[in-house]
Design a protein around this ligand. Structure first.
Ligand code: GLA
Length: 393
């Protein structure tokens, strides 16, 4: 749906008014490498997608907030005074949670608004549809309230807080950060401890990113995610006895880890920590490879990341493994891995453009015959972070 069609839908839903309609867009994200690293204080390398969530918004003359979506049935209706008073368990908890956090930062919602969201990111596929919705809402309200003193780093942090506290999902900072700070044709190298970041040119020439959605429901993801986080905390507590200055697991180099890992007696906990330390090192090697235009090496690092997530961190699943295996059979594939939290969701592959069509056809057919599920594929470029679509005013 283009902007004009969306505005038309907005008017059909909310009627005409003299107040201006404004349009905002926020991307989804794909993590290129650095998985399960953000809450361990290391480096991640996500990129914003060319598709995401669009918000059509207009102020009202009363204190009501109406939230509707073109792709979700549930509609939210609340008043300014009741923001944050009740959770619904519906998608509107994300925008409402962000309003709670905005208010805590002094950006008050002083008037009513009509919201119409249009989401292009498949929900629950590991491409950060929720982070996109959060950052988009915070950015738009700030602009409409005319208080633009919260920068995109703060916006990412408060969106994460909304998800942690209001929605109740214990995510790290990577997704909101990527969505808020993404830049066309660049990956974001983010140091999750200090939130220092750099836009790294992502020049892939004749190679394309292909995202493959396994369409496997991510059933166990929340409990397993929390379990991995607590195993990392256990490993950190043990290693801190050896190195009291250690703040996060990802501060260790693989060599330093090898020196101390014997103290971690639980094998699973040791494997989780090994993944973190090695994956963090892979991110830095990836950035070096990308700056040398060495896509072969980057592809190999993507492959190693998948193996580690599968064998050491144990957050892959059969569907992800099958899709990755089939992706690597295509001659033009330089690397393929799962992306996001795992247990379903998406893969990301780096594939020569001449093989992209063949990839979608052959990987799709093999995946379906081996798993009984229909995969979906997006050949995509890297887009911008959250912004207002001013030309559409
Ligand atoms: C989810 C979380 C992120 C990050 C990834 C794993 O996407 O929301 O914070 O931890 O999983 O890398």
């Amino acid at each position: 749906m283009d902007i004009q069609q969306l505005k038309q839908k907005f008017i059909e839903r909310y009627g005409e008014s003299k107040d201006a309609i404004r349009v905002f867009h926020s991307p989804g994200r794909v993590n290129l490498i650095g998985e399960h690293i953000d809450y361990n204080g290391g480096y991640v390398l996500p990129a914003a997608l060319e598709f995401g969530t669009t918000l059509i918004i207009r102020e009202r003359q009363d204190d009501k907030l109406q939230l509707a979506s073109t792709n979700m049935e549930y509609e939210g209706l609340l008043e300014i005074a009741t923001i944050g008073k009740a959770k619904t368990g519906e998608w509107t908890d994300y925008p409402v949670g962000v309003m709670v956090e905005l208010q805590a930062k002094g950006v008050n919602v002083t008037r009513g608004y009509d919201f119409l969201y249009h989401g292009e990111i498949p929900n629950g596929a590991g491409l950060s549809s929720s982070a996109s919705l959060e950052v988009l809402t915070g950015f738009a309200i700030q602009a409409l309230e005319g208080i633009e003193n919260i920068d995109t780093v703060q916006l990412a942090l408060l969106s994460q807080k909304a998800e942690n506290e209001f929605v109740g999902v214990n995510c790290g900072i990577m997704d909101q950060f990527a969505v808020a700070n993404g830049a066309e044709d660049h990956a974001i190298l983010l140091m999750c401890d200090t939130l220092e970041y750099k836009k790294v040119p992502f020049r892939t020439g004749a190679y394309k990113l292909i995202i493959g959605n396994t369409n496997k429901r991510r059933g166990l993801v929340d409990s397993a995610y929390n379990e991995r986080r607590s195993q990392c905390e256990q490993a950190l507590a043990i290693l801190k006895e050896q190195r009291p200055e250690l703040g996060y697991l990802a501060q260790l180099t693989p060599e330093q880890f090898a020196e101390h890992e014997g103290h971690i007696t639980d094998e699973k906990v040791r494997q989780r920590a090994r993944h973190v330390v090695e994956e963090n090192a892979r991110v830095l090697t990836s950035v070096e490879a990308l700056s040398n235009n060495d896509l072969e090496t980057f592809g190999q690092l993507m492959n190693a990341s998948h193996e580690s997530l599968r064998d050491l961190y144990e957050v892959s699943c059969e569907e992800l493994d099958v899709m990755v295996e089939e992706a690597r059979r295509i001659p033009g594939t330089l690397g393929a891995r799962m992306t996001g939290a795992g247990f379903g969701g998406c893969t990301v592959s780096l594939v020569h453009e001449d093989d992209a069509e063949r990839f979608v056809k052959e990987v799709g057919a093999a995946y379906e015959s081996r798993t009984g599920l229909k995969g979906e594929f997006y050949v995509c470029g890297v887009g911008d972070g959250v912004k207002e679509l001013k030309e559409a005013k």
